[in-house]
Design a protein around this ligand. Structure first.
Ligand code: GTP
Ligand code: SPV
Ligand code: MN
Length: 592
């Protein structure tokens, strides 16, 4: 636990807030987290004794635990995620809004006495590398030891954060309680003007681990707007080319459960051995314009909160070793014979398992054993293929930025924006199928600009304008691409093999950056000459590849009309530059 000296070194306003929360929530005990190993062991014991933590086989999964959340609390709840400001226009047409005063009243009502009989944990945390101008600090108060243990992996928490809080002008206050987990009163409220978060009656990742989407995207995006940078739902990947003796940093936005972690951990196919891919971040990037006018990025996180379901030797071999120690598994299945975790895609299942709810499961019963949004929480530090630069206080310089989403038709495997400004349009017009990462129906195509629909803390019309403002300051912008790994054939099968094979597409992007290859110009941007895509060793027919790049003029006009309907929602907040880019593309498709 932090001692009195550490607590005294914190800003007085912060400490008073902690005591105010204590008075209102009435916990039995107060515990200031220091992030030490002893503290970790204590919390592990506590949860184990309460029967909530299943300690996994120590030989195979050293210091690993399994946790099951309540059945109806397994994903982000977008209709319960509120932006609370003075007026609705600040939140914009894509966010759920509540007037600030009303939300305060409602939330303090729900928090009244909510921690009775419980321990209130106070977690100072740092987002981003130590000693970085780009990093931010916060303090989360929670009554969930599970949240503490996740924050411990995903952020730099405890003592190290206390030191950083002293150096920063601002800090985010985050308050969470598991409450009684009732859906009726489940809310995740964001008060960007107050740098305040309040979340109750949920324990699921992105709803309760408030450093993550609530701070690092929704609150940070507002700070980014005011301070001239970007807080994005993007992975950050380092690709080294030993032959060219060059490094390329790639950031990419794909919607939730649509391949960021997998791409950030990509293992190039065996015939690409002059390349090495390493992860800087897998979910969130903060991007800044550097002194030379370059776009730079940092990963504010310190670990991965990845989708377990589907993770295995064929999709993401690189991560598997990392999951063998110091990892939390949430809502995966359990093999009761040897106490190991299991999920679809990991291996062949044994005859008997306990599914993610703890119910007996037998092979061939046609049901899923792990939840589709089951997750692993694992430290970045122990990941074998991490890039050293994740700790660089100055971040990395981007040469490539990509956007994309799940689309079973129309959108090509890859295409390149003609300019950075057109790249902003590509991001803004992203439409993608929904996934199990949010509690609503899956597989529905919706607009998800820059994969930020659920994460932009202010009016998205202004957000688009902000992107153009940042672009004005960038002298040597990254090349922008759009990708789609998810095209399906008539039978409903994916046409492109995806995962490691996606490296073939990244390689083409690198060749474009280095001006090694030409491309074919379409109204929407550039697509590759198929001969320039290295498909050696890939068992896929040429016609299939051609299909992935077929330009369907009528389909695109329909697509752009849908985009237009979406853009119109923002009325006067939509920047003229975006309309200009849009009209240019529309006209050029019409004339094609
Ligand atoms: P969040 O953590 O929710 O933001 O998700 P993410 O964008 O990091 O997605 P992740 O990499 O965890 O992948 C989610 C799902 O997409 C998994 O079930 C993967 O198996 C699947 N997936 C990822 N990459 C590919 C790909 O290239 N092709 C196909 N077909 N599926 C993929
Ligand atoms: C996502 O849904 O985009 C995630 C998981 O990365 S969560 O942290 O729950 O938002
Ligand atoms: Mn995500």
């Amino acid at each position: 636990m932090l001692d009195e000296k550490d607590i005294k070194s914190l800003p007085g306003s912060l400490v008073s807030w902690v005591y105010e929360v204590k008075e209102r929530t009435k916990p039995d005990k107060v515990y200031w987290c220091d992030g030490s190993d002893e503290e970790n062991a204590e919390l592990n014991n506590l949860l184990t004794n309460e029967g909530k933590w299943i300690k996994l086989n120590e030989k195979e999964y050293e210091n690993c635990y399994l946790y099951r959340t309540q059945r109806d609390d397994v994903a982000r709840v977008e209709d319960r995620t509120l932006i609370c400001t003075e007026n609705a226009e600040e939140a914009g047409p894509t966010n759920r809004w509540m007037k600030k005063e009303k939300a305060f009243k409602m939330m303090w009502g729900l928090f009244d006495g909510v921690m009775r009989g419980k321990t209130m944990y106070i977690i100072p945390y740092l987002m981003g590398p130590e000693n970085s101008d780009f990093s931010q600090v916060g303090i989360e108060i929670t009554d969930s030891a599970y949240v503490v243990l996740n924050m411990r992996i995903l952020t730099r928490m405890g003592q190290v954060a206390v030191k950083e809080i002293g150096k920063k002008k601002k800090y985010v206050r985050a308050l969470h309680s598991t409450g009684d987990l009732s859906i009726k009163n489940r809310y995740i409220c964001h008060f960007p003007d107050e740098l305040l978060l309040m979340s109750i009656n949920t324990e699921y990742g992105g709803n309760a681990i408030l450093s993550k989407k609530p701070h690092a995207l929704r609150i940070a995006s507002v700070a980014a707007r005011d301070e001239g940078w970007l807080a994005e739902h993007m992975f950050l990947l380092e690709v080294s080319d030993k032959k060219r003796k060059n490094k390329y940093y790639i950031s990419g936005a794909l919607p939730s459960a649509s391949g960021k972690t997998n791409l950030a951990m990509i293992k190039p196919p065996s015939n690409f051995n002059e390349f090495e891919a390493r992860t800087v971040g897998d979910d969130i990037s903060w991007l800044f314009v550097g002194k030379g006018g370059e776009l730079r990025g940092i990963n504010p996180e310190n670990g991965f909160f990845g989708v377990a379901y589907g993770t295995g030797p064929s999709s993401n071999p690189n991560i598997l070793e990392s999951l063998k120690k110091n990892t939390i598994f949430t809502n995966v299945a359990l093999n009761p014979k040897n106490n190991t975790p299991w999920w679809e895609g990991l291996s062949e299942p044994t005859e008997l398992l306990y599914d993610w709810t703890g119910t007996e499961w037998h092979t061939g019963n046609g049901k899923e054993a792990a939840h589709k949004n089951s997750r692993f929480t694992t430290p970045l530090k122990q990941y074998k293929f991490k890039s050293k630069s994740y700790e660089d206080p100055n971040g990395v310089e981007l040469s490539i930025m990509l956007f994309g989403g799940r689309r079973s038709s129309l959108i090509p495997l890859v295409y390149e924006a003609k300019t950075f400004e057109q790249g902003i349009l590509l991001g803004a017009m992203t439409r993608a199928e929904t996934t199990a990462a949010q509690s609503a129906s899956t597989g529905i195509v919706r607009s998800d600009p820059m994969s930020m629909l659920a994460f932009c803390g202010y009016n998205m019309g202004d957000y688009f304008k902000h992107w153009f403002d940042v672009a004005d300051k960038v002298k040597n912008p990254p090349k922008v691409f759009n990708v789609n790994w998810f095209r399906k054939d008539e039978k409903g099968n994916y046409i492109w093999p995806g995962f490691g094979e996606n490296f073939r597409v990244l390689k083409w992007m690198i060749d474009r950056v280095d001006k090694k290859v030409n491309a074919i110009e379409l109204p929407i941007g550039f697509i590759p000459n198929i001969k320039d895509l290295d498909l050696k060793g890939l068992n896929i027919r040429k016609e299939k590849i051609e299909e992935l790049f077929y330009f369907d003029k009528q389909g695109w006009l329909k697509e752009l009309n849908e985009v237009k309907v979406f853009f119109k929602k923002f009325e006067k907040n939509l920047p003229s530059k975006l309309w200009y880019e849009f009209d240019k593309m529309y006209k050029s498709v019409q004339e094609y």
